[in-house]
Design a protein around this ligand. Structure first.
Ligand SMILES: O=P(O)(O)OC[C@H]1O[C@](O)(CO)[C@@H](O)[C@@H]1O
Length: 384
């Protein structure tokens, strides 16, 4: 059972817009975010040119991961960005962006997150204060309601995605709807297997990672999880994807907050210290491949989990394969290969979709709104 991969070369498609509009805009944004030196400006010029000419050039042979990309990119390098699978090409763009900013090279820019300034601005912003203060009001709610609120907080936190904000306006705030809601199944799975290990394949830093951490705190504090393993990216990726540095920044932000948020931050700090909350930065987390191709060590770790929760749009693309599935293709069927129970929390920001009944899709299509790609809609899907 397979469907054709999503590609950027379809006129009018969402993926084509990412290559034609979003990537050039992102290059301009990165250039302005930090006081880059002439060598970095020249490298960014070259990448902008490569994007404009629409031919993917190889990495420099001295790059530490040249061999890995040559292998992953067999038959792809040298082609147009839009003529290879969208998932692959988009991932390669972010790798080339790090090459242009000198992230992996000896020199002053090594290890400097080109998206650091936007991430820091968001984490220090007033919206975060308001979101954290809401926890004080929620503390008085019945436990079931509080748990449901934390799950929805983690789900909708995915809307705060800085890569997406580059070309999307405010229309996402207008409507919001869950097209699939398997949350009852999710909680019964967690309770039936409690206390077990919960793995979270995290997505964005800041306003998404904070509610993810609060959900992790809830699972630990309520005895629903022995430990939570938080998979983040080993290096900056898709603008706001969380890295280990972002995990540290978010736990610090929580611990410094007043009220319930601060208490949760203190508990998370201790959970980090005693190993009940473990960040991981597996190289596969930045690979341009679907989870079906995960390496054995990652497969073994996810197999040890009572539940794996995948966050966000990109992880969903990797979970189900970034393919043009008929929308009612059953989610359990496309995730049958996954090494254990899996739940996806995702706001819809790209075309791939499974497990939605055809009637719901037809009703939403009839609105004429881009509900599959605009982040206004979301889903909670579970394969037990
Ligand atoms: O942060 P998320 O939810 O993974 O969303 C990232 C999404 O943004 C895009 O990069 C651009 O829309 C998508 O291709 C990608 O799936």
């Amino acid at each position: 059972m397979d469907a054709p991969p999503i590609m950027g070369n379809v006129p009018g498609s969402y993926a084509l817009g990412v290559f034609r509009d979003r990537h050039p805009a992102l290059l301009r944004q990165v250039r302005e975010a930090l006081p880059y030196t002439p060598d970095r400006h020249r490298a960014l010029d070259r990448l902008a040119d490569e994007v404009a000419r629409d031919v993917m050039e190889p990495l420099d042979p001295s790059a530490h991961d040249f061999a890995a990309w040559a292998e992953w990119g067999r038959g792809m390098i040298g082609r147009r960005w839009v003529d290879v699978p969208f998932l692959w090409a988009e991932s390669y763009f972010y790798r080339k962006l790090l090459a242009a900013t000198g992230y992996f090279e000896d020199g002053p820019w090594r290890g400097i997150d080109p998206f650091g300034p936007v991430k820091q601005a968001e984490l220090g912003g007033p919206e975060v204060d308001a979101e954290l203060a809401a926890l004080d009001r929620a503390a008085a709610s019945p436990p079931g309601e509080r748990a449901a609120g934390l799950l929805l907080g983690s789900l909708w936190g995915n809307r705060a995605d800085l890569s997406f904000k580059i070309t999307q306006g405010d229309e996402r705030e207008r409507a919001s709807e869950l097209v699939v809601d398997d949350s009852d199944l999710l909680w019964s799975l967690v309770r039936d297997r409690a206390p077990g290990r919960i793995c979270v394949l995290a997505d964005n830093a800041g306003r998404e990672l904070l509610p993810d951490l609060l959900l992790a705190d809830h699972l630990l504090a309520e005895g629903l999880a022995t430990d939570v393993v938080l998979h983040v990216k080993p290096h900056p990726y898709f603008v706001s994807d969380a890295t280990p540095a972002d995990v540290a920044a978010c736990v610090r932000r929580l611990a410094a907050a007043p009220g319930q948020a601060g208490k949760a931050g203190g508990r998370l700090w201790r959970a980090m210290a005693d190993g009940r909350l473990s960040p991981r930065a597996h190289p596969f987390s930045c690979a341009p491949l679907p989870y079906r191709d995960m390496p054995d060590d990652l497969r073994a770790e996810l197999a040890s989990a009572a539940l794996t929760i995948t966050k966000g749009d990109l992880n969903y693309r990797r979970l189900v394969g970034d393919r043009m599935w008929p929308v009612d293709t059953p989610f359990p069927a496309v995730t049958a290969y996954f090494p254990g129970p899996v739940a996806a929390l995702r706001t819809l920001k790209s075309d791939v979709l499974t497990g939605v009944d055809a009637g719901t899709a037809a009703r939403l299509d009839a609105t004429g709104e881009p509900w599959r790609t605009s982040g206004t809609h979301a889903l909670i899907q579970v394969r037990a």
